[in-house]
Design a binder for this molecule. Structure first.
Ligand SMILES: C[S@@+](CC[C@H](N)C(=O)[O-])C[C@H]1O[C@@H](n2cnc3c(N)ncnc32)[C@H](O)[C@@H]1O
Length: 334
């Protein structure tokens, strides 16, 4: 789904070129390894996350009047951890598809490298932040591309400048931004594969009224945040302008995208039934008490507003109304 950006002159690559090769080239990070070895996402933090996504899928299935098959498609599925847990006890009518560059092993899942046409729930947890993008900086000479060695390259092209003007205007000299256009395109293409249902993107995000001024490009290796180096040794990620992604999908599919909702993971998971409840007093069953303590810790991690709970959830409904469970708690963009 990623397209290679055209090269610029000189030897240092732009960040979009460098990220593309370092993550997805022949020896790229994601060709050799998976998320689980390097960082902690919500599906890896707790099976309770998959339980909440199952509740959302059930809600969508009901709203669509139980189509056969009902698809749950995980885009950028990693090791399939989310679907593996979600699969437990669901109807044989549900078709579970993991879209991933390297196929995994869970037999109940259909593994494929590209997005199928589908009807149901399309879910992408921490996929868009790994879609390569340019980094730019405002200088006294105008906006310039930042290259992987930290030097400045030429001015970005017209499409990037248009995106910046609309979504991330750089007001002060020195301000940095990541140009979200490739994420918009990737998301709009993904939403385009949904015939009917709901598409959800979950990621570190920001919106136009509160973009960071210093940029967010980061590296992650073996559980630690590291200086981003495009040599394939670490993940490379930048926060996602989910409001721009929403608008791109609406513009690309004006007749089918009916509603766009944007909220935080904390609010979304609470609406889906996951909430912090006090651990009951010890009642004589040590294993049950330990499980309750572990669950409480995991819920707190998933809802933490300064961590995973602060992630953005963008839900867009296609050919149907918004998912009833989420509709009440989210900011309606459209
Ligand atoms: C940050 S990891 C998230 C993994 C998983 N969703 C989770 O939350 O634990 C991003 C994943 O997206 C996958 N990915 C990125 N671009 C992809 C593409 N175009 N097609 C399929 N998978 C892709 C990567 O291989 C990687 O496993």
């Amino acid at each position: 789904m990623q397209t290679n950006p055209p090269p610029v002159g000189g030897s240092a690559r732009t960040w979009r070129q460098a990220m593309s090769e370092a993550l997805y080239g022949a020896q790229g990070f994601y060709r050799r390894t998976g998320a689980a070895a390097h960082f902690r996402t919500s599906p890896l933090a707790s099976p309770l996350f998959a339980g909440a996504v199952r509740a959302l899928a059930t809600d969508v299935d009901t709203a669509l009047h139980h189509p056969d098959p009902f698809d749950v498609v995980d885009v950028g599925a990693g090791g399939g951890e989310l679907l593996e847990v979600l699969a437990a006890g669901v109807s044989a009518r549900w078709r579970l598809t993991a879209v991933e560059l390297r196929p995994g092993e869970h037999a109940r899942l259909d593994w494929r490298p590209d997005l199928p046409a589908c009807t149901g729930l399309l879910f992408a947890n921490e996929w868009l932040d790994t879609v390569p993008c340019e980094v730019v900086q405002r200088t006294a000479d105008g906006v310039r591309l930042v290259l992987e060695d930290g030097s400045l390259g030429p001015a970005p092209g017209t499409p990037e400048m248009r995106w910046l003007a609309r979504w991330w205007p750089l007001r002060r000299i020195g301000d940095l931004a990541e140009v979200g256009r490739p994420r918009d395109e990737a998301w709009a293409a993904a939403v385009g594969r949904l015939r009917r249902g709901v598409a959800v993107a979950v990621d570190y995000d920001h919106v136009r009224t509160a973009r960071p001024s210093r940029g967010t490009l980061s590296g992650y290796r073996r559980g630690r945040q590291v200086t981003p180096v495009a040599d394939g040794s670490c993940d490379l990620t930048a926060h996602v302008a989910l409001d721009a992604c929403a608008a791109a999908a609406e513009a690309a599919h004006p007749d089918s995208v009916r509603a766009s909702l944007l909220t935080t993971q904390r609010r979304a998971l609470r609406a889906l039934g996951l909430d912090a409840t006090p651990v009951p007093a010890y009642a004589g069953d040590p294993m049950a008490h330990l499980r309750a303590l572990a669950d409480a810790g995991q819920v707190a991690e998933l809802l933490d507003p300064a961590g995973l709970g602060g992630f953005g959830w963008l839900a867009q409904s296609v050919g149907a109304g918004p998912p009833p469970l989420l509709a009440e708690v989210t900011t309606l963009l459209r």
